[in-house]
Design a protein around this ligand. Sequence first.
Ligand code: HEC
Length: 146
Amino acid sequence: MMIRQFFLLLVVVFFLVACAQESQPQISAEVTEQTADGAIIAGDAVAGQRIYIFCQSCHSINEGGANKIGPNLHGIFNQKAARVEGFMYSAALSSADITWTADMLDQWVARPAALVPGTTMVFAGVNDPQQRADLIAYLQASGVEN
Ligand code: HEC
């Protein structure tokens, strides 16, 4: 009798584990980001569109958009740095072996010159981690929706 109950319990545990795995979040326009103190911040692409005002004088983000002072940013998320055709990158960014993950974009937007000394992106940086997370969610969404 005891043994039967034990097996019943095992079956229930396996069932719960299977359910937990199925409810993993799917990739969406939201990006989560880990701050230096370990907190996870969820980015909101709609809020990020407002932060993008800081960037749009130098960057287009629509598909096939023109390079301006900076390169077109369409689909930049998870791409290698310095890959946009027809844009003259600095030697510093061209030779930096960077893939634009959420973490790398976070460091870049916080302070470009700290991540890539010698970059020609003259931008002081966005200090607020929530604003950066929102912006990164917007950059990621541009590769999907625009
Ligand atoms: C004053 C103009 C200017 C502003 C403002 C600016 N950028 Fe840039 N950005 C550049 C330039 C120039 C480069 C190329 C840098 C290099 O070659 O070193 C660049 C490069 C980049 C890259 C790397 C692109 C690639 O192909 O690897 C990303 C990502 C980027 N910018 C994001 C942003 C975001 C997000 C903002 C707003 C928070 C922003 N930039 C604001 C001028 C600007």
